[in-house]
Design a protein around this ligand. Structure first.
Ligand code: ADP
Length: 336
């Protein structure tokens, strides 16, 4: 008895492409009995999405003429995850606010970005993202970031510490906690924005040593950059050979909501001038605006809005994106 000829692969290749949204390659007959073999690219898929893709392929292909079995091998591109550290010389200059909003603006510009709140002394990202009720789960010994409403997965030291307790981690403990956050299951996020604790202590030093950010962004109030605090932060990144992407001036110019007059409680342009003096890029300026504070307190980050408030963050994100693109993107290989 002769085996019937197997159908042409072209139609099956098209069907597999449709069923998997273009994730199938290497479709072939594995042997003469109608076993169809293929490779499914599962890069960036969650477990549930991977299972759904796999069963859609199995069901869709196994009923096609000539197919008796479907054999699926999986492949995943290795994502080189790049870290951008956001630092400031001291607290209260808006580092956390800027980190959250820059991450959201980058996501709105199509980047796959996650946020790590490494500010162990005052982890405020869960509040900024309106994600205080969300707790990260773990798979094996790895954390799964919380999916915020703004397209940015996030993890915060505040989520892994006991609520209400002052975080009094000492060096090695803090280091281990940060490691857990950075080495979490970030999926297809190829960029992590890390909101560092303010200042230049051991925690910052060991984080920079261990995780080697591709670049750092310095947040400063207008008058601050010329002062010691911000200089120390710049010195820290220089010492660790982390390139400084540039400086963001926060709380520049106060627009009075009552009289409409603009005043400059912290001066104006000081950070820009000082940045340029030192040969650093100036990434942009965010005004002191009470609406930024109230939106932030409400867990409604201004960068996620369609209003004027989103614009400075979008402009800063464009500059950061251009800096990253100039340095190349994802390297891929085959993982498990
Ligand atoms: P840091 O992380 O540097 O300690 P935060 O981001 O927590 O600073 O900001 C400190 C306070 O200042 C917060 O209440 C925040 O809402 C407010 N804030 C930050 N940037 C602005 C701004 N541009 N306009 C108004 N309020 C701001």
């Amino acid at each position: 008895m002769t085996t019937p000829a197997l159908p042409d692969l072209a139609a099956l290749t098209d069907l597999a492409a449709t069923l998997s949204q273009g994730r199938v390659s290497g479709l072939r007959w594995a042997d003469g009995d109608g076993t169809l073999a293929l490779v499914l690219d599962i890069t960036g898929l969650t477990d549930a999405e991977r299972e759904a893709a796999e069963s859609a392929l199995r069901e869709g292909l196994s009923t096609a003429p000539g197919v008796t079995a479907v054999r699926i091998a999986m492949t995943r591109a290795r994502i080189t995850r790049r870290i951008i550290a956001v630092g400031s010389g001291k607290g209260g200059v808006g580092k956390s606010t800027l980190s959250a909003n820059i991450a959201i603006a980058l996501a709105r510009q199509g980047r796959k970005v996650g946020l790590v709140d490494a500010d162990i002394y005052g982890p405020s990202q869960p509040r900024l993202f309106g994600a205080e009720d969300l707790k990260p789960q773990a798979r094996g010994n790895r954390l799964i970031p919380v999916q915020s409403r703004f397209g940015v997965p996030m993890l915060s030291t505040g989520q892994i510490a006991t609520p209400g307790q002052a975080i009094a981690w000492r060096g090695p403990m803090a280091g281990r906690a940060l490691e857990q956050l950075i080495d979490a299951e970030w999926g297809d996020a190829d960029l992590l924005i890390v909101d560092l604790p303010p200042g230049t202590g051991d925690v910052q030093l060991s984080m920079l040593q261990k995780h080697k950010p591709v670049g750092a962004v310095i947040i400063s109030t207008p008058q601050d950059l010329a002062l010691m605090d911000a200089q120390r932060a710049i010195g820290l990144f220089d010492q660790m050979q982390v390139p400084i992407l540039g400086v963001v001036e926060n709380m520049a110019g106060y627009l009075c909501p009552h009289c409409g007059e603009i005043s400059d409680p912290f001066g104006h342009g000081g950070a820009e001038a000082a940045a340029r003096d030192q040969g650093l890029e100036f990434l942009g300026r965010v005004p002191l605006d009470i609406a930024i504070r109230t939106a932030s307190d409400d867990g409604a980050p201004p960068a996620a809005s369609d209003g004027l408030m989103a614009q400075p963050f979008a402009a800063i994100a464009v500059r950061i994106g251009a800096w990253l693109d100039a340095r190349g993107g994802i390297a891929s290989g085959h993982g498990p």
